[in-house]
Design a protein around this ligand. Structure first.
Ligand SMILES: [Zn+2]
Length: 75
């Protein structure tokens, strides 16, 4: 079963579960999944705080943009 890491609370979430509830966000070519509306809202408010802070990118598939590229896109 396909899972993803909630970038806010770093909890593992099932992607289909988050998808049916709308608990995901497409940003900079990536889709982020969340465990709750709360985490989704936190991420929306401060996306950089979460994507920069931890190992999310290294754990992702090949071809994902690097944090530096993301930062310039967002500024
Ligand atoms: Zn969460």
């Amino acid at each position: 079963m396909r899972t993803a890491i909630d970038p806010v609370c770093e909890q593992e979430v099932l992607t289909w579960w988050s998808t049916v509830r709308g608990l995901y966000l497409d940003m900079a070519g990536n889709r982020f999944f969340f465990c709750s509306r709360d985490c989704q809202r936190k991420f929306e408010n401060h996306p950089a705080a979460y994507t920069m802070a931890e190992d999310y990118w290294r754990a992702s598939d090949d071809g994902m943009p690097q944090p530096e590229e993301i930062e310039t896109e967002w500024s």
